[in-house]
Design a protein around this ligand. Structure first.
Ligand code: ZN
Length: 294
């Protein structure tokens, strides 16, 4: 089954756009699940179908290089034949050569991360990419301000210098024509300092950014490890429509594989591990309110 409406115009013709704007219209959020292998891909699709939820499968540029273009094509094909809308997104595409590579693959959407550059350079970079992505029916997410941290380390940075300014958010959206905006409001990749996300996040800033993005585009939440269900809901109420989820839905799977890999046949291990992964994803679909929408 395909959910792409071929007779509509860009960006309405794009699957990620349709999924996130449906969420925007009905005030809920979609999980964007970072996958590293086919276990993840199978788990996201299975969870989405069971929960009658849309979903986004996210790959890192690492997948384009390590697993290669054919893996990306497999993921997109598997996602697009699901019985519910499942889009495939490329997360944190920083290098220009990776953007070039991605534009030649069937991704539904790409996050271009030029947040290390200054504001004007970031605007030029994003605007140029969007221009080129249009002919491929790919939509674009961009980061404004700078979301600190990495997958492995704690950040060491003065957060005041990198938070998104609400007035700049409006201007950035208007000038670039970006489809989804990932703001920096104290959210951090790869783990939070003492006090957690609750202490780090500036939710009033997030609300102001949502209001200043005059075109009402979906906001994207990065830095979700670890975040309580209650805090996720607060973010959704502020206007977050895409919630990037990595370890939140993957830790139980990883733990299961680590515990059982010596004692189960590989087929049994894989079947049971994917079931664990699927249930973690299903739980988040309920939390974000994306269940029973399709
Ligand atoms: Zn991120």
């Amino acid at each position: 089954m395909t959910f792409q409406m071929n007779n509509s115009q860009y960006p309405e013709s794009n699957l990620t756009w349709q999924i996130l704007n449906h969420a925007n219209k009905h005030n809920y959020a979609i999980g964007a699940y970072n996958c590293y292998n086919d276990d993840g891909v199978i788990a996201v699709i299975r969870a989405a179908e069971r929960k009658h939820s849309a979903a986004i499968i996210q790959l890192f540029p690492w997948s384009m290089h390590f697993q290669g273009p054919e893996f990306v094509r497999y993921v997109v094909r598997a996602a697009h034949v699901a019985s519910v809308p499942v889009a495939v997104h490329l997360d944190h595409c920083i290098k220009l050569e990776d953007v070039e590579l991605a534009l030649g693959l069937p991704f539904d959407s790409i996050m271009v991360d030029a947040s290390k550059q200054d504001q004007e350079a970031n605007i030029r970079f994003c605007k140029d990419i969007i221009e080129r992505a249009k002919s491929r029916n790919i939509t674009i997410e961009a980061e404004l301000g700078r979301i600190e941290g990495g997958e492995d380390g704690l950040p060491h940075i003065d957060m005041d210098t990198v938070l998104t300014r609400p007035d700049e958010a409006g201007e950035f959206v208007r000038r670039t024509g970006v489809h989804y905006l990932a703001p920096s409001f104290g959210n951090i990749h790869g783990g939070y300092p003492p006090g957690g996300a609750k202490k780090s996040w500036d939710l009033s800033r997030l609300s102001s950014i949502a209001k200043m993005s005059t075109t009402n585009i979906p906001l994207v939440l990065h830095g979700t490890h670890a975040v309580s269900d209650e805090l996720f809901l607060k973010a959704v109420r502020c206007g977050v429509r895409k919630v990037n989820l990595n370890r939140t839905v993957r830790d139980e799977y990883t733990r299961f594989v680590a515990e059982k890999s010596g004692s189960l046949e590989l087929t049994t291990l894989k079947t049971e591990a994917v079931e664990v992964y699927t249930r973690s994803i299903e739980r988040m679909m309920d939390v974000l309110g994306s269940s029973s929408r399709y």
